[in-house]
Design a protein around this ligand. Structure first.
Ligand code: TXA
Ligand code: MG
Length: 343
C-alpha cells in the first residue's frame, strides 16, 4: 500500500476534506493532535478499526481512544455519564484529557477490546478537530507508532514506523505537548488516574476533589496482573538498548556513570549536561532540568534518536515528578523498564 502524505502539496482545506473522506470510507489516516499523532479510523466501522490493530501490531486486548469533535457527542457513545465528566469537559476539553466511561453498544466491542467501557477524548488541535468534523464520524485513534516504540510527535516519526502500512498521514507539524493524554476512569466510585499527562493530578483534584492514582503510573506491572488500563502492562517507548535512570545531582550522576563505563554507551541528559559526557558517550538532551514542559515535548524524539545500532547501553538523568513531570517520569521509567538507581 502507498501511504499518502496530506497537507504537503495541496491546500490545507483540500487536505482536511480528503482526510475526512478517507476516514469515512474505512481507510486509516494518521492525524496530528496536540499530544502525539494518532492512527485514526472510523470508530463505528469494525473493519476499519481492525486495520489499526493490524498496522501497529497492537495486541487485541489493548483498547483504543475514541476522538470526538464536540462535548455533545458524549451522549451518543456513553451511558450513565456522571456529573464529574461534564465538569472535566468544561475545565479541560478540548485538550489532552481522556475519560473512561460506560460504553454504548454503537461503539463496537473491538474498539474497547471487549471492555464495557470506552475511552473518549476531544482534542484541541485544529487539524484534528476539522478532520474529525469532515469525516462525520467518531475517530478511534491510538498513537501512530508501531506497538512498543515511542509515540510519534512528528509526521516523520509516523512514516518511519508505518510507511506502506497505512493509507495516509496528515502532516500538521510537531505535536505541542509531546506526551499522550491524561487518562482518567470515571466508572468507579472514585475517579482513577490511569495514565498521567499534561492535565496533571493537581489540576484534576481541583475539579474532582479526591482521585486515586493507579499503581501502574509509578510501578512496573507484570503481564500476569489484572490492570485497570490494559495499555499500562505493555513494554513501551523503549529503544533497543537497555536503559537505566540515574536519580540524583549532576555531580553524583557523573561519578556513577564514570564508574560504570561501558562499550556503545549513550547518555540522555538535561540541556547543558552534554559537555560532561560527550567525550566518551553518544549524548542526547531532552530539555532543561527545571523545565518539565520542554522535557515532555522532547522526550519521545530523544528516545527515537537513541534507538540506533551503535548504542547498547543508556544512562538517563531522572526527571522531577511534579506537575507534568509525573507524566515525563512515567514514560521514561517505562522506557527503562523501571530500572532506577539512586545516587
Ligand atoms: O494523547 C493520546 O491519548 C493519543 C492521541 C492520538 O489522542 N492516543 C493514545 O492512544 O495515546 P493509545 O492507544 O496509545 O493509548 C490509549 C491508552 C492505553 O493505555 C489504553 O489501554 C487506555 O488508553 N484505554 C483505552 N480505552 C480504555 C478503557 N476503556 N479502559 C481503560 N483504559 C483504556
Ligand atoms: Mg500508544
Amino acid at each position: 500500500m502507498k501511504t499518502q502524505i496530506l497537507n504537503r502539496n495541496e491546500s490545507t482545506e483540500q487536505a482536511i476534506l480528503q482526510a475526512g473522506e478517507m476516514l469515512k470510507s474505512g481507510k486509516t489516516v494518521a492525524i496530528p493532535t496536540e499530544t502525539v499523532y494518532g492512527l485514526g479510523a472510523n470508530a463505528l466501522d469494525e473493519k476499519a478499526v481492525a486495520k489499526i490493530f493490524e498496522a501497529k501490531g497492537r495486541p487485541q486486548d489493548n483498547p483504543l481512544i475514541v476522538h470526538i469533535e464536540s462535548t455533545d457527542k458524549l451522549e451518543l457513545y456513553c451511558d450513565d455519564i456522571p456529573d464529574k465528566a461534564y465538569k472535566l469537559a468544561v475545565s479541560f476539553w478540548p485538550g489532552p484529557l481522556t475519560m473512561v466511561l460506560k460504553r454504548k453498544s454503537v461503539i463496537p466491542s473491538s474498539v474497547s477490546a471487549g471492555l464495557d467501557t470506552v475511552a473518549i477524548r476531544l482534542p484541541s488541535n485544529e487539524y484534528a478537530r476539522r478532520i474529525i468534523a469532515a469525516s462525520g464520524c467518531p475517530i478511534a485513534a491510538p498513537s501512530a507508532n508501531t506497538s512498543g516504540s515511542p509515540s510519534p510527535t512528528k509526521a516523520e516519526h509516523v512514516l518511519h514506523d508505518l510507511d506502506g502500512r497505512i493509507d495516509a498521514v496528515f502532516d500538521g507539524g510537531d505535536s505541542e505537548v509531546g506526551l499522550e493524554s491524561t487518562v482518567i476512569s470515571l466508572v468507579g466510585d472514585v475517579p482513577r488516574l490511569l495514565r498521567p499527562g499534561a492535565v496533571t493530578p493537581e489540576m484534576l483534584k481541583e475539579v474532582l476533589g479526591e482521585i486515586i492514582i493507579d499503581k501502574a503510573v509509578t510501578q512496573l506491572i507484570s503481564s500476569q496482573e489484572k490492570v485497570s488500563s490494559p495499555g499500562m502492562k505493555y513494554r513501551h517507548y523503549a529503544p533497543r538498548a537497555k536503559m537505566t535512570l540515574i536519580r540524583g545531582s549532576i555531580d553524583a550522576t557523573e561519578r556513577y556513570i564514570k564508574e560504570n563505563l561501558c562499550e556503545k554507551m549513550a547518555v540522555l541528559c538535561f540541556d547543558g549536561d552534554e559537555k560532561l559526557f560527550s567525550e566518551y558517550a553518544f549524548t542526547v538532551t531532552y530539555g532543561a532540568e527545571n523545565d518539565s514542559k520542554a522535557q515532555a515535548s522532547r522526550l519521545f524524539d530523544a528516545l527515537r534518536l537513541l534507538d540506533r545500532d551503535d548504542v547498547e547501553r543508556i544512562y538517563a538523568r531522572c526527571p522531577k515528578s511534579d506537575g507534568i513531570g509525573l507524566a515525563v517520569l512515567n514514560r521514561i521509567s517505562k522506557a527503562a523498564a523501571f530500572d532506577i538507581v539512586d545516587v
